[in-house]
Design a protein around this ligand. Structure first.
Ligand code: FES
Length: 70
């Protein structure tokens, strides 16, 4: 079992599980999600997770992702 579990934007204190339904309902892409919530727009460390969340619907990640992770 991986010790890694990334499930929120720490800077804004918002879980990916809370963000995903908002993003799906509003049809946000990553830029819109960042603009509307501020998530991903501060330190940026959650940005690759947000990108993957929007693509796959995952809200908890058991691996570390970086900006160039696909
Ligand atoms: S953790 Fe999301 S912007 Fe810093």
């Amino acid at each position: 079992m991986s010790p890694v579990a990334v499930s929120m934007c720490i800077c804004r204190g918002v879980s990916f599980a809370a963000l995903l339904p908002q993003a799906r309902a509003a049809g946000w892409d990553l830029a819109a999600l960042m603009r509307e919530t501020g998530c991903g727009a501060q330190c940026g460390l959650c940005r690759p997770y947000l990108r993957r969340m929007l693509a796959t619907g995952e809200t908890t990640f058991h691996q570390l992702l970086w900006e160039d992770s696909r």
